[in-house]
Design a protein around this ligand. Structure first.
Ligand SMILES: Nc1ncnc2c1ncn2[C@@H]1O[C@H](COP(=O)(O)OP(=O)(O)OP(=O)(O)O)[C@@H](O)[C@H]1O
Ligand SMILES: [Mg+2]
Length: 290
């Protein structure tokens, strides 16, 4: 288990990138959701023992990762947000190189590399230079290198950026295949990336943790608070200033708005079944995330 206790991070004197984060991570898939600058990467770098918190502690199975980072490092897989590859190497050569850097070896290393590449659906591209890969394929190489040591803690920072819808679906399936006894923490700012896969969703904004809950808890929190209202086109501006709008659909008789609100926003409003997107918006507006 990974326990984050009252962690704050300041890169310079008066600006907090992380503020008083307390969070427990258990085996499963945890989605770290938040807009740009929320602090997702800052938190992940601390968990990956690349940077240190200004305040607070992180323990891995009870051991302080600052005092004994190797306990965690041995069993950590990390894909940073700005992951670079060597374009002239093929994926097998690249993984051999990363394995050497990590001090991994043994007679079965090559077999392990081939197994991982098969798992990530890269077995048709073993001899091609990574430089010729699509964005999605490169991301999969990134995940492959994070899996070399069969990690118990896998941290992947914004792995779906730049992926097309098909690659996103493939990525979700890979996550599900990989889950089990390990903790998989991955960050995104796209709700649909985590909707189907995550057991736990942690929402961050402006360096703070707004909530951490399972998807059904988040949905329950916004039950009865999502409304449908149809307005004439010209009222859109004023509607935007009045309500939190999570979607608009053009209809013959005007614009149908999807509104997230504690109270009935309009006499003719009817309620809708909430989605995680609504829940995310609700939490960000009501807990000062905006
Ligand atoms: N090395 C650094 N030095 C100074 N400030 C930093 C540094 N890294 C991050 N920050 C600041 O800390 C805050 C949080 O940044 P962080 O990169 O952790 O957010 P993020 O949620 O990962 O954002 P994104 O979705 O854009 O990746 C931002 O205000 C950022 O400018
Ligand atoms: Mg980031």
């Amino acid at each position: 288990m990974l326990e984050i206790q009252r962690v704050s991070k300041r890169y310079n004197k008066d600006k907090y990138a992380l503020r008083d984060i307390t969070l427990q991570l258990k085996p499963g898939i945890i989605g770290l959701l938040g807009p740009n600058g929320a602090g997702k990467s800052s938190l992940m770098r601390i968990l990956a023992t690349i940077s240190e918190p200004t305040e607070g502690t992180v323990t891995w199975n009870g051991i302080d990762i600052r005092k004994q980072p190797n306990e965690l490092r041995r069993t950590l897989g990390y894909l940073p947000q700005d992951f670079g590859v060597y374009p002239h190497l093929n994926p097998v050569e690249f993984l051999e190189y990363v394995a050497a850097l990590k001090g991994l070896g043994g007679w079965n290393l090559k077999i392990r590399i081939l197994e991982i590449l098969e798992l990530l659906n890269l077995h048709d591209a073993l001899k091609r230079p990574i430089g010729s890969f699509s964005g999605g394929m490169r991301q999969r190489v990134g995940i492959a290198q994070a899996l070399l040591n069969d990690p118990k803690l896998l941290i992947i920072d914004e792995p779906t950026v730049g992926l097309d819808p098909e690659e996103r679906v493939r990525f979700r399936n890979i996550l599900t295949d990989l889950s089990g006894e390990r903790i998989i923490l991955f960050s995104t700012h796209i709700v649909s990336d985590i909707e189907a896969t995550a057991n736990q969703i942690a929402i961050m904004s402006k360096g703070q943790l707004l909530t951490s809950a399972d998807p059904s808890q988040l949905l329950r929190g916004v039950q009865g608070k999502v409304w449908s209202v149809t307005i004439p086109d010209h009222q859109l501006q004023s509607a935007r200033s009045q309500w939190t709008i999570s979607g608009t659909i053009r209809r013959e008789n005007g614009l149908q708005l999807r509104i997230v609100s504690d109270r009935l926003p309009h006499p003719e409003a009817s309620t809708l079944a909430p989605t995680l997107e609504d829940a995310y918006l609700y939490i960000r507006t009501t807990r000062g995330g905006f």
